[in-house]
Design a binder for this molecule. Sequence first.
Ligand SMILES: C[S@@+](CC[C@H](N)C(=O)[O-])C[C@H]1O[C@@H](n2cnc3c(N)ncnc32)[C@H](O)[C@@H]1O
Length: 272
Amino acid sequence: MRPERPADAGWLALRMAADDEARSATLEPLINPLVEWLQAAHPAGTVNVVDLGAGTGSNAHWLAPRLPFAQHWTLVDHDAHLLSRADPPASFTGRTGKLEDIGRILAEAAADRHYPTALLTCSALLDVLNAAEIEAACAAAAKSSCAVLFSLSVTGNVSLSPKDPMDAALAAAFDEHQRRDGRLGPDAPATAEAALRRQGMKVRTAATNWELDATSAPLFRTWLEEWVEAAVEQDAGLADRSRQWVRQRLEQLESGELSATVGHLDILALPG
Ligand SMILES: C[S@@+](CC[C@H](N)C(=O)[O-])C[C@H]1O[C@@H](n2cnc3c(N)ncnc32)[C@H](O)[C@@H]1O
């Protein structure tokens, strides 16, 4: 099973180092309370984790070694090809499935392992979902009394240095492109936070921004080109000016002048 516009495994690999660095900011505010809650709520047995939109398994790669107890991960993705490349450092089962089946996925993961699902997590997924899908995921987690960790959701806050008058127009067009077909794009983190609170969960957040500069040039270049490509797909009127903008930005990257902050947010929710 392959989705219409599959995620690219090369892109997922390229972003891993920046994701890992960004997530280090969550250790104290989010991972410590998560570990404490999991230890108290599931004192015996294996902790059962479901990772939605798992792709090639980056989320488990980062999180599994930071959970100091036995775990079993169920990696769920609608793209069987990406899942077949996953090899995280934890006991795991790969399962093709769609977020719309979240209730059944949580129930089956619990039945397979003979333990309730303790944690529902995802990384870099929320922006491609619509409001009903996010609502369904939060409701299913609350019904299963499991913790939630939604990691690395884009916020739409992009700031480049040095600044250029065209940055804002490109950012606005990119955000609109992300909102196509009812997707939430940069509105997803606020929607998820509100949905989790409505379910009576205790919510905390931490910024997990990418800080890009010449030391992360391969990721920076690819991100920049794809950011502009999406913006121009949204607003063809930007095409001519954007070519000059990209040329100048790549020259600045090459000479070490360019840096960028790309906003992401991590959300932890614990049953109330
Ligand atoms: C940007 S990738 C992130 C992959 C991985 N979590 C990571 O951090 O590298 C988003 C993933 O979500 C999957 N995905 C998107 N929408 C989905 C849906 N409705 N149900 C299941 N998987 C979905 C895609 O196939 C892709 O693997």
